[in-house]
Structures are given as structure tokens and as C-alpha cells.
Design a protein around this ligand. Structure first.
Ligand code: FAD
Length: 583
């Protein structure tokens, strides 16, 4: 049997709009590898997150329009669609338009205090800083991608030279789901924690106002709820609001731009193997709806299949302990498939021991854990280990908090499980994940399983609380007494909470002398379990960025042979994002 590739005509087109090739199988004589393809494209992109979709659009715009995107899941968008969608790119067009006074030099000064040249060489840092704004401009000009500059979202290490108090991060402009036609049905939705009442997507700016109950928050809440309620036509189609926000809006904008160009996206199609011929990547093997297919890639394979956050074996091999894939908020399909293929082909890897660290809370009944960012930071709560001791500044950025956890965690001083401890005042005042606050969701309205499954407990005294969560009662009592004293003086000599501007971003301006420090003294007392989670791993293939081979003397074997791999983090939309800076 041999296979001949025959260019398809428009009349053969299916819903997926065949710009590719149909296959004619014939009985008989010898066949070359080339003849065995089921489909052929110039470029095959693996993964439909921001990395993959942006690569597909850029390929199209730069003159290679014959592209296929394959996605393992029945939904497209990956972790990108679940995410907050924030992108950290200094001097981008939206910041400039908003009048931000920033410079690439200042941004580089900032980053170099956090990242050594051994970790990220000069050419890569320069490439990122120089090309980031150009990439944003390119997408703005050629596609439906639009961002909003975050005027008040500070850099994570505001005390460093070159840091900015805002206008380096952006979030996607909202988008209406119906602009996607029927494709809205297959879009992965933003994480439940970025939904008001579980169904109304909110922007990062709205979330900060609503969750922090900043002045005017209830007017915004009312407006969003009213718009949702009156939209009866859309209600009949979908229980979610038609207005998409955050990462979901970003992915929808990319997907709509792909649809403008007829770029096909196959869901339920998983990469199983990268095909190599005489040292060159020439295509991929996939399983589409369970059926094996071979797809030729005449020019490139783009591997943008996310990290290995849900591959427990890889986590244990590469990441610091303790580690558990159930603590990861990344999409469940990210099991390192493309990274493993890269390893099999001998590609050079880097940063496999790093992830986008963030405390997470595993809420009973929810598939993916929630990030614990704002609630951990508000005054009147602490995070303690089994000894009842704090082990970090709870208000600092989530990445740094988590790195501190790994530094101090040991067999002698375990920091997992850890618990966020707060009191009745805190519970009344602040929104805490699915607990909301006690005015909106009193204790008697919380699902019983929260307590039964050990996620959340309450007690009349600190000693009783400690007993319920198996934390040392003397340690916890001492830690609470200290925090109550720090709340009075406004100074936290242990962990310096509330000293940096970033800490105060999620503080409560109504609380003084320190907006991040409040007493824990009003019964009942509460504990909610928090775990050292992440929202995706960082590491992956070293990729052949423009000029890198000539500048560094890398051989193509050091990079990824004959393929492009979207680096982790991908240099396009999700980029190092607000997370850059790791100490
Ligand atoms: C709740 C949350 C909030 C976040 N907020 C931010 C933020 O504000 N800013 C920021 O910079 N980052 C944020 N992140 C992290 C960020 O979203 C990710 O780092 C980024 O989206 C990764 O993009 P990607 O394209 O590399 O991968 P993904 O978006 O994960 O896409 C990978 C895709 O590949 C698919 N895939 C996997 N294996 C295969 C296979 N074998 N074959 C075919 N397809 C495959 C997956 O199903 C997935 O759809 C957040 C993450 C979470 C969970």
C-alpha cells in the first residue's frame, strides 16, 4: 500500500475548511515516509493556548498561511483561557497611550536585580524587552487582540530600582462570546474564581475593586448583575454571561482573529509523536478522536502544549518538594507531552525545576484549585504551618511567598499542610474564595463538605481550632498573640509584611497604621487549608530565538531541531508576564 498526497480543492472542504490535502490510499508498491501522510500543512501548531494561537496568527501574517492548530482537549484555550490574562510588557503601546513614563533601560535595570545572566542571558533579556512592545503593536495592527493598561498594578518588587507602580501590566479587553459564532461553545472558560456569582466574568480591575470592596464596588456589582439578568436571549443559550473577560477574552480574541483567516483548529487531537526524518522534524503523529493520523509539516512544527503541571512523575523528578499535581491550577491536559517529545529528540531543556508558584486552595467540588492571592494578603489573617508558625510575608507577591515556603520546608519544619487563620471580623469584612464573606454567605450556608473534607473549619477558641487542624496549640496561640501586637504597632519584625508597595496593593486602606496587619481576636476563629501550588510549570526546550545560535554558538542540536517550540514561558502573549522577577 502506498499513499499519494493530492491537493484538496475548495469543493472538498468540510466545516474545518480544507486548505490542506486529502489522501488517496492505493494498494501496492513501495512507499516513502512522505507518502504516508494523512494531511499536509506548512506549519502544524500543537496546543491552543496563547502561545499556540499567537504563533498561528503570526505565521499567517508573516506569509505562511497554510497552518493547522491541534488541541488535545475538547475545549480550546488551555491554561491561557483559565488565566487572569495579565501580560507584563514595559513600554507597550497601551501604556504609552495612557501617558506612562517608562523606559526599556529602567525595565532592564529592574529585571537584572532579580535575574542573573546565567539564568537568562543578555541577548534573551534584550530580545524580550525590545520585541515585546513590537509584538503588542503587531497584534494590535493585524488582529483583534486588544489590551487595557493596568494603571495601578505594581511591579512585584516595588522597592527595586527601575520598578513601576503601574502601566507595565495589561489585561485583555473584554469580548462578547457571540462574536465567535458557534465556536463560543468550545472555548474553555475563565477560572471560577474570576466569575461573579460563578457566571459573570470580571476583569482584573473589577476583581480588585469588588473583592477588595473598594469605594463604588457595589455599583459595579449591580451593573454587572443587571446586564446579566436582562440578557434573556443569551441566557437561553448559555448560563455564563456573554461578556468574556481576562484570559478567556484574550483567547477568544485570538480565536476570532484565526477565524477571520480561516485557520483550522482541531480539538480532541493530541500530539503523540514528533516525526523526525534524517535529523529533521518533518511532521507529527496525533490521535484525533482516538484515531491515529500522521500530519506532515513542510516548514515547522510549533510545540506550544503547555507545561507538565499535571504529570506527577515529572513533578517529582524536577520540582521542589512537597509537590502534588492536584494543587496546580493549570489545565488538566498539560501533562508535558511536547516536552517529553523534545527530550526524546535530544533537545536541550532548561528551568524544569521552576513553576509559576502560587498558594492554591482546593475547594471541594471544584475541578481545579483556586489561586490564593488577595485573601491571603488582607489584614487580620495569617498563614501557619503544623507548628502554628508563620513562615513568610503573606502579603508579598505569590511567587515569592511560595519560594519562601520551599526554602523553609523540611522534614523538621514541614510547611504543608498550611492553614490560613482568621477571625469573625475578617470573615465579615473580606471575600475569601468560595466562602465570600459572612454577610453574603454565613457559615450555615456553606456546603457541609467544606468541613467534612477538611478544607475549612471553625471553632470558638484558638486552642480548639488548633486541635481541629492538628496544629500545635501553643505555637498557634503565640503566633496569634504576636500578630495582634504587630497590628497595634504597624510593624511586623518577623516578615516585614506591609512594608513594600506591592504588599499594600491588596491591603485595606481603611486599616492603620499598617493596611496589611490586623488583629485576630474575635470568635469564632477559622482555618482554611492552603497548599503550595502553581499555575503551570516554567521549563521546556531551549528555543532557537532569532540570532541566538550565531550569538551564542549554539548548535541546532542545542535548540530544537527543525522545529519551533514556544518556549516556556512562551515569548508571545503569556510571556514572563507579571511574574518576572523571582526573588
Ligand atoms: C488561574 C490562573 C491565572 C493566571 N494568570 C496569569 C496572568 O495573569 N498572567 C500571566 O502571565 N500568567 C497567568 N497564568 C499562567 C498563564 O496562564 C500560563 O503560563 C500561560 O497561559 C501558558 O500558555 P501556553 O500557551 O504556554 O499554554 P496553555 O495555555 O496551557 O496551552 C497549552 C495547550 O496545549 C494543549 N495540549 C497539551 N498536550 C497536548 C498534546 N499532546 N497535543 C495537543 N495539545 C496539547 C493543552 O490542552 C492546552 O490547551 C495564570 C494561570 C492560571 C491557572
Amino acid at each position: 500500500m502506498f499513499v499519494v498526497l493530492v491537493p484538496a480543492t475548495r469543493s472538498l472542504a468540510t466545516k474545518e475548511r480544507v486548505r490542506y490535502h486529502d489522501v488517496i490510499h492505493r494498494q501496492g508498491s513501495g512507499m516513502s515516509v512522505e507518502q504516508q501522510w494523512d494531511y499536509s500543512f506548512d506549519v502544524v501548531v500543537v496546543g491552543s493556548g496563547n502561545g499556540g494561537l499567537t504563533a498561528a496568527l503570526c505565521s499567517f501574517e508573516m506569509g505562511t498561511p497554510d497552518i493547522l492548530v491541534v488541541e488535545k482537549s475538547h475545549l480550546y484555550g488551555g491554561t491561557s483561557a483559565i488565566s487572569g490574562g495579565g501580560v507584563w510588557i514595559p513600554c507597550n503601546r497601551y501604556a504609552r497611550a495612557a501617558g506612562a513614563r517608562d523606559s526599556i533601560t529602567a525595565a532592564k535595570t529592574y529585571l537584572r536585580q532579580l535575574i542573573t545572566p546565567e539564568e537568562v542571558p543578555e541577548y534573551q533579556l534584550d530580545a524580550y524587552l525590545e520585541n515585546g512592545p513590537k509584538m503588542v503593536e503587531f497584534l494590535h495592527r493585524h488582529t483583534r487582540v486588544r489590551y487595557v493598561s493596568l494603571a495601578h498594578y505594581p511591579d512585584y518588587y516595588t522597592n527595586l530600582d527601575g520598578a513601576m507602580a503601574g502601566h507595565r501590566s495589561m489585561e485583555p479587553e473584554t469580548f462578547t462570546a457571540d462574536e465567535l459564532g458557534e465556536e463560543w461553545r468550545h472555548l474553555r472558560r475563565t477560572h471560577p474564581m474570576m466569575h461573579l456569582a460563578g457566571v459573570i466574568g470580571i476583569t482584573q480591575q473589577e476583581a480588585a475593586l469588588l473583592i477588595g470592596q473598594q469605594p463604588g464596588w457595589w455599583k459595579i456589582a449591580l451593573k454587572l448583575v443587571a446586564a446579566y439578568v436582562v440578557d434573556i436571549p443569551w441566557r437561553l443559550r448559555d448560563r455564563y454571561h456573554r461578556r468574556l473577560a481576562t484570559g478567556c477574552a484574550g483567547v477568544a480574541r485570538l480565536r476570532a482573529s484565526m477565524m477571520d483567516r480561516d485557520i483550522p483548529l482541531w480539538r480532541n487531537t493530541a500530539l503523540t509523536r514528533v516525526v523526525e526524518e534524517q535529523g529533521r522534524v518533518v511532521g507529527v503523529e496525533v490521535k484525533r478522536n482516538g484515531r491515529p493520523l500522521r500530519i506532515q509539516a513542510r516548514k515547522a512544527v510549533v510545540l506550544a502544549a503547555g507545561g507538565f503541571e499535571h504529570n506527577q512523575a515529572m513533578r517529582e523528578q524536577y520540582l521542589p518538594q512537597p509537590t502534588d499535581h492536584r494543587w496546580s491550577a493549570g489545565t488538566l491536559d498539560n501533562t508535558g507531552d511536547a516536552i517529553l517529545e523534545g527530550m526524546r529528540l535530544g533537545a536541550k531543556m532548561h528551568r524544569l525545576n521552576e513553576a509559576w508558584w502560587c498558594n492554591t486552595i482546593s475547594v471541594p467540588g471544584e475541578e481545579i484549585p483556586r489561586l490564593s492571592i488577595m485573601e491571603k494578603s488582607y489584614p487580620g489573617s495569617i498563614v501557619v504551618n503544623p507548628a502554628g508558625r508563620r513562615f513568610s510575608n503573606e502579603s508579598q507577591n505569590y511567587m515569592a511567598f511560595q519560594q519562601e515556603t520551599f526554602r523553609v520546608h523540611s522534614d523538621d519544619n514541614p510547611c504543608n499542610p498550611s492553614w490560613q487563620i482568621f477571625d469573625a471580623n475578617f470573615r465579615a469584612n473580606y471575600f475569601v474564595g468560595p466562602l465570600y464573606n459572612s454577610k453574603f454567605r454565613p457559615d450555615w450556608l456553606l456546603p457541609k463538605r467544606y468541613q467534612q473534607e477538611g478544607f475549612f473549619v471553625h471553632a470558638d477558641t484558638i486552642a480548639e481550632l488548633a486541635g481541629k487542624i492538628s496544629v500545635d496549640p501553643a505555637g498557634l496561640a503565640d503566633t496569634v498573640a504576636r500578630m495582634n501586637e504587630y497590628a497595634r504597632t504597624g510593624i511586623d519584625p518577623d516578615w516585614h509584611r506591609g512594608e513594600a508597595a506591592y504588599d499594600r496593593y491588596y491591603g485595606d486602606p481603611r486599616v492603620s497604621p499598617n493596611p496589611c496587619l490586623g488583629p485576630i481576636d474575635k470568635s469564632p476563629f477559622y482555618a482554611m487549608r492552603v497548599d503550595p501550588g502553581d499555575f503551570g510549570t516554567q521549563g521546556g526546550m531551549v528555543t532557537p530565538m532569532p540570532r541566538c545560535c550565531t550569538r551564542t554558538g549554539m548548535s541546532s542540536r542545542d535548540c530544537t531541531p527543525s522545529a519551533i517550540a514556544a518556549p516556556r514561558p512562551c515569548p508571545v502573549i503569556p510571556a514572563p508576564g507579571p511574574h518576572w522577577g523571582r526573588r
